[in-house]
Design a protein around this ligand. Structure first.
Ligand SMILES: C[C@@H](NC(=O)[C@@H](C)NC(=O)CCCC[C@H](NC(=O)C[NH3+])C(=O)[O-])C(=O)O
Length: 350
C-alpha cells in the first residue's frame, strides 16, 4: 500500500526552503485523502503578499514533459519515427546523422547545453537575455559552437538544446507553433485553465508568484526575475502553470490519459542519471525512487526565480506539485525536494 502523506513534514520542508533563502514556497498534494495544500512565506517581497496555491508561476523544464508528450503523440500518429535521424525531418540541422529523435528525448544526443555558457555569470547572463527573443535556430547555433559531449546514444547528458530541437520537430511535423499543439493536445483536453505558453510575452497573466534570483555573490540582494521572455528556454522551459494544473497534468499522464500504453511505456523506459541509482530519465520524464520503495515520475524545473517539482505515482493516484520562488540557491532546491519524501513516504525531512 502506498504511504499517506505527512503534512507536518511537508510544511517543515517548505519552512526549510524559506529558511534556505526562498521568499516563499508551497505544495499541493492530491490522493485518496483528497487535496491538501501547505504554504510558507510570500509571493511578493515588496507587498508581503502570502504565498498562494492558486497563483501561477514559471515551471521551467516541466515544459519538457509537455513537449515530449506532444512529440510522442506525433510518433503514435505515424508522423515521426522515434529512431529516425533528426536530420530526416530537419535536413542539415545537426552535424551528425546518427543523432535520432529518441536521443533528444533521453538527453543522449551529445548536443552541448548552450545555457552553461549563457548563464555562467548568473545575473549578468540573465539580464543579457531576459528581454531577448531567440529563434530556435539561434539557440541550436549557440549549442553547435560548443564541442559535443558524447557520441550519439553513448551516455546521458542533460541539455536544453535537445528540447529546443524537439520544439522544431513539433512545428515542422504539424505546421503549427508549439503553443497551439500544447493547447489542443494537452491544455484544452485536461481543462488546464491556469496553464499557458505565452512566449515571447514577458507577462504572467492573472494572479502570479513573483520570482527572485539569487546572485552568485554571497549577500548580494535578490533580483526580481519575474518578467522575462524565457526565449532562451521556449519548448525546453517557457511554460506557465499553477499547482492544481500540475497535479492534474502529471496524474493524467501517469493515468494513461495523454498517451496510449505503448507510448507511455516508451516514455517510462528509464536510464540512471547518477551513481545513486535512485534517479532516472526516460523520454522527457524523470523517475525518483524514494526511500520507502515508492517510485515517483515527473519533472523538475529551474528558471530564474522559480524551482518546481511536479511528480506522481505510477498510476497517477497520488501527485505533488511543489515550488519555491527563488533559484540559483542549491540548498533551497534540496529543501524543496524534501516535500517528495514527506508527500509520498510520509517521512520527515532531515
Ligand atoms: C534543472 C531543470 N532544468 C530546467 O528547468 C531548465 C529550463 N533550466 C536550466 O537549464 C537552468 C538555467 C539556468 C538557471 C539559473 N542558474 C544559473 O544562472 C547558474 N549560473 C538559475 O538558477 O536561475 C530540470 O530539468 O530539472
Amino acid at each position: 500500500a502506498q504511504n499517506s502523506p505527512d503534512l507536518d513534514a511537508v510544511l517543515q520542508a517548505l519552512k526549510n526552503t524559506t529558511a534556505a533563502g526562498a521568499p516563499g514556497a508551497m505544495a499541493r498534494l492530491t490522493g485518496p485523502e483528497g487535496v491538501k495544500t501547505r504554504t510558507a512565506g510570500v509571493r511578493n517581497r515588496t507587498l508581503g503578499t502570502p504565498m498562494s496555491t492558486k497563483a501561477r508561476f514559471r515551471i521551467g523544464s516541466v515544459t519538457k514533459t509537455f513537449s515530449a508528450i506532444t512529440l510522442l503523440q506525433l510518433v503514435d500518429e505515424g508522423k515521426i519515427q522515434l529512431d529516425a535521424p533528426v536530420n530526416r525531418y530537419l535536413p542539415g540541422l545537426l552535424p551528425d546523422d546518427r543523432i535520432t529523435v529518441r536521443h533528444l528525448l533521453t538527453h543522449r544526443s551529445g548536443l552541448a547545453d548552450y545555457t552553461e555558457a549563457m548563464f555562467a555569470k548568473t545575473v549578468p547572463g540573465f539580464e543579457a537575455v531576459r528581454k531577448r527573443v531567440f529563434t530556435y535556430q539561434e539557440l541550436v547555433n549557440l549549442s553547435l559552437k560548443e564541442p559535443r559531449t558524447t557520441e550519439p546514444g553513448a551516455a546521458y547528458k542533460y541539455s536544453n538544446t535537445n528540447f529546443v530541437v524537439v520544439g522544431m520537430l513539433i512545428e515542422k511535423a504539424t505546421g503549427n507553433k508549439v503553443a497551439k499543439e500544447y493547447e489542443r493536445r494537452i491544455i484544452t483536453p485536461l481543462g488546464l485553465k491556469n496553464t499557458s505558453y505565452v512566449h515571447p510575452s514577458t507577462k504572467i497573466k492573472g494572479s502570479y508568484i513573483r520570482g527572485y534570483l539569487h546572485p552568485d555573490e554571497a549577500g548580494a540582494p535578490l533580483v526580481d526575475s519575474t518578467e522575462q521572455t524565457l526565449s532562451w528556454g521556449q519548448s525546453a522551459g517557457a511554460m506557465i502553470s499553477n499547482p492544481a494544473d500540475l497535479n492534474t497534468f502529471m496524474s493524467a499522464l501517469l493515468g494513461g490519459k495523454l498517451l496510449r500504453a505503448p507510448m507511455l511505456s516508451a516514455m517510462l523506459t528509464m536510464t540512471p542519471t547518477d551513481a545513486t541509482n535512485t534517479r532516472f530519465y526516460g523520454l522527457g520524464l524523470r523517475r525518483y525512487d524514494l526511500t520507502c520503495g515508492t517510485s515517483v515520475y515527473g519533472h523538475t524545473g529551474t528558471v530564474q526565480g522559480y524551482y518546481t517539482y511536479a511528480f506522481a505515482t505510477r498510476d497517477g493516484g497520488r501527485s505533488l506539485a511543489a515550488m519555491a520562488n527563488t533559484s540559483n540557491r542549491g540548498q533551497a532546491n534540496t529543501a524543496l525536494g524534501g516535500t517528495l519524501e514527506a508527500a509520498f513516504c510520509g517521512k520527515k525531512p532531515a
